[in-house]
Design a protein around this ligand. Structure first.
Ligand SMILES: C[S@@+](CC[C@H](N)C(=O)[O-])C[C@H]1O[C@@H](n2cnc3c(N)ncnc32)[C@H](O)[C@@H]1O
Length: 415
């Protein structure tokens, strides 16, 4: 016989309550205070009085969502998408683009302040079309074979019919996929459209027979799943397989690269080291402006693509490297390059290890840091400042409108 220990009875959640929303959280929720406790309310804006249902209650923090808004803020707008609230993809569709920019600016400045960096002024925002910007999407499939995005908790697939942040071509392909593709047995797939409107779709996770069936269907549509797609990078064209990293917002990506190029003001005497280079989006945008270039990246597939588009660019070299493990200053390829400019474009984890050691590259005088996570960017810039680097330019890039995410680009110069 097995005995169960008595579990303490679960405390019931508090009744819905009326709250005055005081400020934003970094992820776009409204913050209120009640009896010395912080209450985070999804779908509520500063200045609003709302009735909120509490979904999670700890001693010091309650979390919930707005059921009724009694005094709407001027920053409030009607969400475009019927799935807003259920779908975890967008968090900010209920607010104007100007307020979205304000929260993103505040979030970046707060992260910098926490790391001891006071910004003299609010950084500029490189803007993007607010909708129809996304040319690539990672999608999930439910047990019933319905396709969509995860909910905010990441534990359920929301069967999305249409997504307003998809470009027109991606939206048309999504409709075809949703209504006609054999999805049962898959759990994750990626859909992408390249700069020549060629479609790609690759099953990422699922049962082997479901993957095979899906890829046969992809081929029947004239789409690709195991061939590279093409993207403009300035004067060059880079390629990447469906499922591999490419910037999701092509228009904002180009504006960001133009800003970076202007800040760096490169010439043919420059030697550029591009770390986390992917298949060469940044490297090829800048390659014709520099004398020599080395790109390093962990993905073998991406490096193969970067090498494949060199077209006689003998001054560009690309190699596979795990940049979280190696000290780049010790690599022969890097020592031979003797870079004076580094581009860093790491994943969300940032580039802490590199920032601790980068000053060993004694010829270096400029670092362009492109980041998709302001928390790790601020941590890394703090490290660089301690090693005699000075933050000389900073801009935000609205790479993911309607979502809480923001891209940031920073120029650091040696003191
Ligand atoms: C934000 S993407 C930037 C890619 C490229 N610069 C671009 O614009 O397309 C980050 C890149 O870091 C690579 N990466 C992730 N972990 C890595 C590691 N440990 N070492 C080297 N590269 C890594 C990813 O494969 C991805 O290509």
């Amino acid at each position: 016989m097995r005995f169960r220990r008595n579990q303490p009875a679960k405390k019931p959640l508090p009744e819905p309550l009326e709250l005055d929303i005081l400020r934003f959280s970094h992820d776009g929720r409204g913050i209120a205070e009640k009896d010395g406790r912080i209450v985070m309310v999804a779908g509520a804006l500063p200045g609003e009085r709302v009735t909120a249902r509490i979904d999670k209650a700890n001693t010091k923090l309650w979390q919930g969502h707005a059921m009724t808004v009694h005094q709407p803020s001027e920053a409030r707008t009607e969400p475009h998408c019927a799935h807003f609230r259920q779908c975890g993809g967008c968090q900010l569709q209920h607010m104007t683009l100007a307020s979205q920019h304000e929260i993103k600016r505040t979030a970046v400045m707060d992260h910098f302040r926490r790391n001891g960096i006071e910004l003299p002024e609010a950084p500029a925002m490189i803007e993007s079309p607010p909708f129809a910007y996304r040319h690539r999407a990672r999608l999930h499939v439910s047990g019933k074979g319905q396709i969509g995005f995860h909910n905010a908790q990441g534990n359920q697939v929301v069967p999305v019919q249409q997504c307003p942040v998809f470009t027109e071509q991606l939206a048309a392909a999504y409709e075809q996929l949703r209504t006609a593709a054999p999805l049962k047995g898959l759990t994750q797939l990626e859909l992408v459209v390249d700069d020549s409107c060629k479609m790609g779709a690759v099953a990422v996770k699922g049962k082997p027979e479901a993957l095979e069936r899906f890829h046969r269907w992809v081929e029947q549509q004239g789409w690709v799943w195991n061939q590279p797609l093409s993207y403009a990078a300035g004067e060059k064209t880079v390629t990447a397989y469906p499922g591999d990293f490419t910037q999701v917002n092509r228009a904002a990506n180009l504006k960001m690269l133009e800003t970076g190029a202007q800040w760096l003001n490169l010439n043919t005497g420059d030697r550029l080291l591009d770390l986390f280079c992917g298949s060469g989006n940044v490297a090829y945008f800048l390659s014709h402006r520099v004398g020599s270039l080395v790109g390093l990246e962990a993905s073998e597939a991406a490096i193969r693509q970067a090498k494949a588009v060199q077209n006689g660019d003998a001054h560009c070299q690309f190699e596979v490297a795990d940049l979280f493990q190696v000290d780049v200053s010790g690599m022969t390829l890097v020592r031979d390059l003797n870079p004076n400019v580094v581009v860093l474009d790491p994943p969300r984890a940032g580039a802490e290890n590199i920032c601790r050691h980068i000053s060993k590259l004694t010829g270096l005088d400029k670092i362009l840091y492109i980041s998709c996570d302001p928390a790790t960017l601020a941590r890394d810039i703090n490290l660089l400042q301690q090693a005699d680097w000075c933050l000389s330019k900073l801009a935000l890039v609205d790479m993911f409108p309607q979502t809480k995410h923001v891209e940031t680009i920073a120029l650091l110069e040696k003191k």
